[in-house]
Write a protein of this length. Sequence first.
Length: 81
Amino acid sequence: KLDQSEGMVRGAAKAQAQAKAQKKADGMKNHGSQLEDQKKGLKMMCPACKTMMPSYKIFQAHHDSKHSGPCPTEDAIQVKA
């Protein structure tokens, strides 16, 4: 049989956990979305599939794994202004 005092201790821990979770959730509200910052970092577009890339090095890896033929030079691909 459970003692009544054990239930109260768990109730206090539950309340503390809820308060901690609420505080964490309130802190996350201030951060907002990172989608706009992510879009600013995408500077190059693959001419074959129109996928945006942040750098030429990543574009080369993408092209080697997804497309056939020689990889275009950095000047040949579209650079977002």
